[in-house]
Design a protein around this ligand. Structure first.
Ligand SMILES: [Zn+2]
Length: 620
C-alpha cells in the first residue's frame, strides 16, 4: 500500500536531524533543538509508571552520552509539554549530582528545548519528569473505546517528531541509541514496546524491556492494554485485545513466510523477533514499523487476508527505514519510497507476479490522480533548498509511490540481477546508519551507473529527484487482469453489461478497488444502488473496498447507504479513509449538515491527529 501507513505528522512537529551533507559535513536537523554536533546519545534507560487516571507517564529517563566536541559542556534535548522535576548528571568520579537546566520558549512545531548545563562531560544524565495528558504521541483510551469495553488502553505514535512528548531525547533520526525500560502499569494490563517482548512476562515488579539494536527516537514505542499474545511462527507473533486475537492470528498466518520472502531478497532480518500489535480502531494510520513490534490498525483485518500488503510494507521497513534510516525528514522518500518498492517485491514472491502488478498499477494510478491536489513545489522527492524546516518537504503521501516508481525504473532498465545486488548492497553497507539522498546518489553513481551508464542520464535522474509530477519517460505498470477489467467497467458504465452479468467471483480486492476508482464520479445513484444490492459493498469487510464505494456514493449523491457510511465513520479512525470522506461530504451542499452531525459523535473516537485533519477538511 502507499501513503497510508505512516503519515508525515509534521504539523505536530517533525524530526530533528543531523543530516550528512553531500560533502560529509554535519548539518543540524532543523526540526530538533539537539546539539548533535557536540554530543550524541548512545543508550537510553526509561523507568516509568503509567497512570490511566491522570493520563500520564512519570518517572525518569537516563541518557548515556558520547561527547564529540571536547570543549562542549551543554546537552540540549527536545521536549514537548514535559514537566521536569529534577536533572542529575554523573561527575568525573561517577557520582550523581544535581545540575541546572532551563526550558526554552515553546514552538508549536518543535516544542521546547531542554538546555542542561554541565560542569563536566557527563557520561550519564538522568531526568525526572512527567508527561502531559495531552502528550502528542500518546493516546489514552477509555474502556468504552476498546473492544471489550472493560479496560483502558494507551498507545504511542512517535513518528515523526513526537517522541519528545513522552521522552526527553535528541529527537532526530540522525541519532541512534539502544534502550532498556522498566514500565509499571495497573494489574490486568500488559505492556509491550518496540523491544524484546516476552509473551511469558507477568509484569511483576514492572515490565522489563531491552532493545539491543540502536534505533532513532521515532521508533520508540509503547502500548498498554488488555492484550493477549499468540504465536504465528518461530519468530513471529501477534498481540491483540482478547476479542480480536483469533481473527488477527488467522489474518496474519503468512507473516513467517513474508519474513522469509524479504530475507530471500535483501538478506537476514536483523531484529530478532517480528511481532505485531493490533490496536483499537482509533489508531490514526494503517501501520507503524516499530522495530520488533509493528503497530497495526484493526481495519486491516478483512477476514480474507486481502489487506496483508500492509504487513509486507511494515516488514519491509525492517530494511528500508529502520535499518537504513533517512537522516532528516527532508529525505523521507528514502524511508517510504524504498519501502513501497520493497513491498511490491515481497508481494510478488508470496502471491505471484499478477497480484504484484495489479498492486503496482493501482498504486501508480492513484499517485497520478493525487497530483491534482498537491502543489508543484511539494511534488519533488527532494528540494534543492537548504534544509531549514518542513514547509518545503515532499508531500507526505506522494513520496511513497513516486520513490518506488523511480526505483522500479532503475530496476527495469538495469535488470533484476544487477539491481537486486545493488539494493542489497545499499542496505548492507548502510545498516544501522542514517543516510541522505546525496549519499544514495553517490552510491547509485559508483555502484550502478558507472558500469551501466545507459540506465539513466544525469538529466533524467535530476528530473526524478527534483522535478514535479512523474517524468514523461516513466513506464506505467500494466496488469493484464486490470486491462481486461477495463472493458468490463466501460461496458457496465455504458449499460451494455448489466450489473447482474458482472462476473465478480474471481475478483480480488484489488480488482474491486480499481473498478470503484474508475466508476467514481461516473456512476449515478441508480447504478450504485444496483451494485450495493448485488454485492453489499457499503458494508464490505474490506475497508479499502468499502471506502471506495462510499466515496463514489457521496459523489453520486446516493444517500440510501448513509447508515452504513455513518457506521464506517464511527468505526474507522484511519485518516486515509475518514479525511477524504468528510471532504467529499463537505463538497456536497446536501450532505454538509449530516456530515457535521456524524462527526460530532465520531470525533472523540478519533486520534488527535485525525481530529485535526478532519477539522480542517470540514472547515474548508
Ligand atoms: Zn511506511
Amino acid at each position: 500500500m502507499n501513503t497510508m501507513h505512516t503519515p508525515f505528522l509534521l504539523r505536530a512537529g517533525a524530526c530533528a536531524v543531523l543530516g550528512l551533507a553531500s560533502g560529509g559535513a554535519l548539518a543540524l536537523d532543523p526540526l530538533s533543538y539537539a546539539n548533535t554536533d557536540q554530543v550524541r546519545t548512545r543508550a537510553l534507560h526509561l523507568d516509568l509508571t503509567a497512570d490511566f487516571t491522570k493520563k500520564t507517564l512519570a518517572g525518569h529517563a537516563e541518557l548515556t552520552l558520547d561527547w564529540l566536541d571536547k570543549s562542549a559542556r551543554r546537552l540540549d534535548l527536545d521536549t514537548r509539554e514535559l514537566s521536569i522535576a529534577k536533572i542529575e548528571a554523573t561527575d568525573a568520579r561517577g557520582r550523581w549530582v544535581p545540575v541546572r537546566y532551563t526550558l526554552g520558549k515553546f514552538d508549536p512545531e518543535k516544542g521546547q528545548a531542554l538546555r542542561i548545563a554541565l560542569a563536566n562531560q557527563a557520561a550519564k544524565v538522568r531526568i525526572a519528569y512527567r508527561t502531559a495528558p495531552t502528550a502528542s504521541a500518546l493516546q489514552w483510551l477509555s474502556p468504552a473505546q476498546t473492544l471489550s469495553g472493560k479496560r483502558p488502553f494507551m498507545f504511542s505514535q512517535s513518528e515523526t517528531i513526537n517522541a519528545r512528548s513522552w521522552v526527553p531525547v535528541q529527537d532526530t533520526p540522525s541519532v541512534r541509541f539502544t534502550y532498556t525500560a522498566r514500565i509499571q502499569a495497573p494489574s490486568g494490563l500488559r505492556v509491550v514496546m518496540s523491544a524484546d517482548n516476552d509473551p511469558q512476562a507477568t509484569g511483576k515488579g514492572g515490565w522489563r524491556f531491552n532493545m539491543p539494536q540502536p534505533i532513532p527516537s521515532y521508533l520508540l514505542a509503547i502500548g498498554i492494554g488488555e492484550l493477549e499474545a499468540r504465536t504465528l511462527g518461530g519468530r513471529t507473533g501477534v498481540y491483540a485485545e482478547p476479542g480480536r486475537i483469533a481473527a488477527a492470528a488467522h489474518e496474519f498466518a503468512d507473516t513467517e513466510k513474508m519474513v522469509a520472502a524479504a530475507e530471500s531478497l535483501y538478506g537476514p532480518y536483523r531484529w530478532g523477533r517480528y511481532d505485531m500489535l493490533v490496536l483499537p480502531p482509533s489508531f490514526p494510520i494503517g501501520g507503524m514499523e516499530n522495530p520488533r513490534l509493528t503497530f497495526l490498525t484493526p481495519t486491516m483485518i478483512a477476514g480474507d487476508r486481502s489487506l496483508v500488503d500492509l504487513i509486507a510494507h511494515e516488514l519491509a521497513h525492517s530494511w528500508s527505514g529502520n535499518l537504513v534510516t533517512n537522516a532528516s525528514w527532508k529525505h523521507w522518500w528514502l524511508n517510504e519510497g524504498f519501502t513501497t518498492y520493497v513491498t511490491t517485491r515481497i508481494l510478488e514472491v508470496l502471491y505471484g507476479e499478477d497480484v504484484a502488478l495489479m498492486n503496482l498499477q493501482l498504486e501508480q494510478e492513484e499517485a497520478i490522480a493525487s497530483l491534482a491536489d498537491i502543489p508543484q513545489a511539494k511534488q519533488a522527492l527532494l528540494t534543492r533548498d537548504p534544509d531549514t524546516g518542513s514547509d518545503k518537504y515532499t508531500d507526505e503521501g506522494l513520496a511513497y509511490p513516486k520513490g518506488a516508481w523511480f526505483l522500479r525504473t532503475l530496476e527495469e532498465r538495469a535488470g533484476r540481477a544487477v539491481f537486486d545486488a545493488f539494493l542489497r548492497g545499499w542496505f548492507d553497507r548502510h545498516a544501522f546508519q542514517s543516510v541522505t539522498t546525496g549519499q544514495f546518489v553517490a552510491y547509485l553513481r559508483s555502484e550502478l551507473l558507472a558500469r551501466h551508464p545507459e540506465v539513466m542520464s544525469d538529466a533524467e535522474l535530476d528530473e526524478w529527484l527534483y522535478g514535479a509530477g512523474i517524468p514523461a519517460s516513466a513506464k506505467h505498470a500494466q496488469s493484464a487482469r486490470l486491462v481486461a477489467l477495463d472493458a468490463t467497467t466501460a461496458a457496465w458504465l455504458k449499460g451494455t453489461r448489466p450489473t447482474a452479468q458482472l462476473d465478480t467471483k474471481a475478483w480480488t480486492a484489488l480488482e474491486w478497488m480499481k473498478f470503484l476508482n474508475d466508476i467514481d464520479g461516473k456512476a449515478g445513484k441508480a447504478r450504485l444502488d444496483e451494485l450495493d444490492a448485488a454485492f453489499g459493498l457499503a458494508k464490505s469487510g474490506n475497508d479499502e473496498v468499502a471506502f471506495r464505494f462510499h466515496r463514489a456514493a457521496v459523489h453520486a449523491g446516493y444517500r440510501d447507504v448513509r447508515p452504513q457510511l455513518e457506521n464506517f465513520l464511527m468505526r474507522v479512525g484511519r485518516q486515509k479513509f475518514v479525511v477524504p470522506l468528510y471532504a467529499a461530504l463537505r463538497a456536497q451542499l446536501e450532505d454538509r449538515a449530516w456530515a457535521d452531525k456524524v462527526y460530532k459523535q465520531a470525533r472523540e473516537r478519533y486520534h488527535p491527529e485525525t481530529q485535526a485533519s478532519v477539522d480542517k477538511a470540514l472547515a474548508n
